[in-house]
Design a protein around this ligand. Structure first.
Ligand SMILES: [Zn+2]
Length: 282
């Protein structure tokens, strides 16, 4: 599943390649990909003739700002990749695969194509008179962005000490912090030397401050490396990211810890496969 670093990498690719090119035609091949408006025909008609001027990201949601040819903002193209969604930027005529869901056709055989094998991915057209936080389910409930000042140590201490639960579950809670998924939860807990099953209310302020720092660090390192490879994910330019090879614990069960040599174990925590080092984390 694409996580925040992958989605941010996709956003940067979209920003680089797709902006200020008129959308000449929109083809919706799987209507239920379109979450809003109700009609896929309305979605297609609304976007036709517009240009994307900027791509924003909130958590794992992508928002393409759309303007008319005079530069007046008309609304947003929202995208959530979910499990297997991919946005491909094509510059030569490319045969449609079985899993092609939506095509935005642009001049000179250019195309922004949404491909999604499992079909959980969603797209939205939101007019300037609507509020993306209301139209896009889940967006309005997101907690602070990990790179924002709101995600401070004080904020995290307050939130974690308020409710008693496993720390792994807390980090995955999108209302606590936006966009951290399974991979980066395991990686940041390893770097913080905290057990995934530790109870939030038992953590010290120092531990929580360290955890905040490592969450930001693993996300930034992954963005710098262009995202991970082990999710079914391609950046908008069609290249794989490469965080996967450098993971500390994620996907490394049965292999020696890169720090102490103890074997990495895999358990189930917060309903998810969870990887940690018995020796390094306590
Ligand atoms: Zn270790």
């Amino acid at each position: 599943m694409p996580e925040l670093p992958e989605v941010e990498t996709v956003r940067r690719g979209l920003q680089q390649f797709t902006c200020n090119i008129p959308i000449e035609e929109v083809q919706v091949l799987l209507p239920r990909t379109i979450d809003h408006p109700d009609s896929a025909v309305d979605f297609a008609q609304s976007l036709t003739g517009l240009v994307l001027t900027e791509w924003q990201r909130r958590g794992k949601y992508l928002l393409g700002v759309c303007a008319d040819q005079k530069g007046q903002t008309k609304g947003w193209l929202g995208v959530h990749l979910r499990m297997t969604g991919q946005l491909l930027w094509l510059t030569t005529p490319t045969e449609q695969t079985k899993h092609t869901r939506v095509r935005l056709l642009m001049p000179n055989d250019q195309e922004l194509r949404f491909v999604d094998q499992r079909t959980f991915g969603k797209m939205w057209w939101i007019t300037v008179n609507e509020d993306p936080n209301r139209v896009m389910g889940g967006l309005g409930k997101l907690g602070p962005e990990p790179f924002s000042p709101e995600f401070s140590a004080d904020y995290l201490v307050d939130r974690l000490q308020r409710s008693r639960r496993q720390i792994k579950a807390a980090i995955l809670d999108q209302t606590l912090v936006a966009g951290v998924g399974n991979i980066y939860a395991d990686e940041s807990l390893f770097l913080s030397k905290i057990l995934p099953t530790a109870v939030t209310t038992a953590l010290t302020k120092n531990q929580i401050a360290t955890l905040r720092g490592t969450i930001i660090q693993v996300l930034q390192d992954s963005i710098d490396a262009g995202g991970t490879t082990f999710s079914n994910y391609l950046s908008v330019a069609g290249t794989n990211g490469n965080y996967g090879q450098s993971a500390w614990v994620y996907g490394r069960q049965g292999q020696p810890c890169r720090v102490c040599g103890e074997l990495i174990v895999k358990i189930k925590a917060a309903g998810r496969g969870t990887h940690y080092c018995l020796a390094c984390q306590s």
